[in-house]
Design a binder for this molecule. Sequence first.
Ligand code: SAM
Length: 235
Amino acid sequence: MVIDSEKHYPAAFQDYLQTLTDLIRRYPDARILELGGGRLPSFKLDQLPSNIASYTVNDIDPAELAMTSDEYDKACFDVVGDVSQFTGQFDVIFSRTLIEHVNDGVKMHENVASLLKPGGVAFHLAPTLYSPPFVLNKMLPERLSQKLLYTFFPKRGAQKDKFPAYYSWCFGNRAKMTTMLLKAGFADATIRSFYGHDYFRKIPIVRQIDHFFSTLAARRDWSTFGSYAHIIARK
Ligand SMILES: C[S@@+](CC[C@H](N)C(=O)[O-])C[C@H]1O[C@@H](n2cnc3c(N)ncnc32)[C@H](O)[C@@H]1O
């Protein structure tokens, strides 16, 4: 049994930049903001779409931003804090694997809506509940989940790139997410669900059972059990 490539989790990462670029191209002189861009902003500066007027990279952690070239415009702030100094300034706001690390998902989306210009768009790539590895990550104490990740994925240990994750409002269920996004200040939302993951690849039997279930969920489009989502919300 295989998962259709359009719905399989690698596509969440492979299609991210193209989806984002297509959204940005709709805005002449686009002012764009990346949230939680930290040490690895989504765009290299020479890859930026030509219609961009400004590209600001945010992170809560100055040490993460310091790992990124000073050629980027940087803004160090908490996406669930007071963001009023930037109200209504951006056409496109986006993030890749940020929102699971934020402790108040609703506040984050409300803040994003307030930072957008009218007609602006938000785009987030995020892991979602109730995919089993993310449920485990949420339930286990951070030190234990970090130890497990760095044991099974030594490369991640070398990069020391695991951040505490809360999964606040990181649900796969599209109807539930859409209702929340409309309440948070968006006019509409479109969510693309992805299925499967590779966290259990070194654990036989568990891997096979999980793969069977992920494939079934993908075929039936049970978004509640999706593993990643592309969340597009228009103001
Ligand atoms: C998993 S990393 C993702 C980094 C980058 N987007 C990428 O794709 O590699 C999560 C980033 O979000 C940042 N972060 C966590 N909570 C945040 C918050 N409340 N406001 C802004 N940034 C935050 C972390 O410091 C970290 O750099």
